[in-house]
Design a protein around this ligand. Structure first.
Ligand SMILES: [Zn+2]
Length: 334
């Protein structure tokens, strides 16, 4: 959840949907430390390729595969597609809203994931993960809190990898680097349901308030030979933990308030001014995906894009759409 504290009038229609903004900069590897093993991969090299589908909020489906049509390998990030209403965007948020999963919808969007990356445990990131983990056997990578919540919801502990930040995980064909991160803050410098779990919850979670944040992570995914993409789940970050990640593509959560000092400039500078910047977590996640994205009322995408252009003129801003499949360079696939 990234929107606590925003005004709650209905969101305006997104006009920028699917548009690519900003200077038409080529996808270039950002300046990086030469000693990082991840930075050995180079855009444009033949080999594994990836496609990206935005699942809304901070959710992504990444399919990594060979160009000769070999079977794709699917990695999910924060897959939340059920999108049940809580009143968050209509002004009467109910923290006791029951959790539920639309299993058919999840199956339709998720493919057959082998890895699910979870940035934090709020329901708009975590809700569909227990079903996905139980039904597919996918490995879940997340915090200790995510681990305890999943265990309480019937997921085998052997398929959960607890991480803190700093891990560089080699899945053969792609590498996942974990970075410690931070949750966004509302105008009162706080956020919904903070807290961590260091033991299983007393009872299995039943409502949105039963899912604490549990600290927040970001993930950099680098398919072999392909550009790297950083996935953020909330609109804040640890500047020192991000410095040197140098992703080619950055899925940047749009901040929901001005509580964080110089969010966009500090973020883009720490990341080495990525070639492609993709704003995420700006959409109303209580409308069905089939409607296409609607900006929630707290977000000004034009201002975000303008700030990116000012700070990092060579970055290409791609405002994503749920219904578009993007190639490794984040241009729409034909
Ligand atoms: Zn959250």
């Amino acid at each position: 959840m990234d929107t606590n504290g925003r005004s709650t009038s209905p969101g305006r229609r997104v006009l920028l949907r699917g548009a690519a903004l900003g200077a038409a900069a080529p996808l270039i590897p950002a300046a990086a430390s030469a000693d990082s093993p991840v930075r050995a991969s180079r855009p444009g090299r033949r080999g594994a390729v990836a496609t990206y589908r935005w699942l809304g909020t901070s959710g992504w489906r990444v399919d990594v595969g060979e160009e000769n049509g070999k079977a794709k390998r699917t990695v999910l990030v924060d897959p939340y597609v059920t999108r049940f209403p809580t009143g968050l965007f209509s002004g009467d948020f109910d923290a006791a809203t029951p959790l539920r999963t639309d299993e058919a919808l999840v199956r339709r969007h998720a493919g057959k994931p082998e890895v699910v990356l979870v940035t934090h445990s709020h329901w708009d990131h975590f809700n569909d993960v227990p079903y996905l983990a139980r039904s597919t056997g996918a490995r879940v990578v997340g915090t200790e809190t995510t681990y305890h919540l999943l265990r309480a919801l019937g997921v085998d502990g052997g398929q959960i990898s607890v991480v803190k930040g700093g891990e560089v995980l080699d899945f053969g064909g792609y590498v996942v680097e974990v970075a410690a991160s931070l949750h966004s803050r509302n105008a009162k410098y706080s956020y919904f349901a903070p807290g961590t779990l260091h033991a299983p919850p007393v009872a299995a979670p039943k409502t949105v308030s039963d899912l604490p944040e549990g600290d927040t992570l970001s993930f950099k995914v680098t398919p072999t030979g392909g550009p790297s993409a950083l996935f953020m789940g909330a609109g804040n970050f640890d500047e020192r933990a991000f410095r040197g990640l140098a992703p080619d593509i950055a899925m940047v959560a749009v901040a929901s308030s001005k509580a964080t000092y110089q969010y966009v400039p500090r973020l883009l500078e720490a990341l080495g001014r990525p070639g492609v910047v993709v704003p995420v977590h700006w959409d109303d996640f209580e409308r069905p995906l089939s409607e296409g994205p609607h900006a929630d009322s707290g977000t000004d995408l034009d201002a975000f894009a303008a700030e990116v252009r000012r700070v990092s003129p060579r970055s290409r801003v791609v405002v994503p759409d749920y219904r578009t499949v993007y190639g490794a360079d984040l241009r729409p696939c034909r």
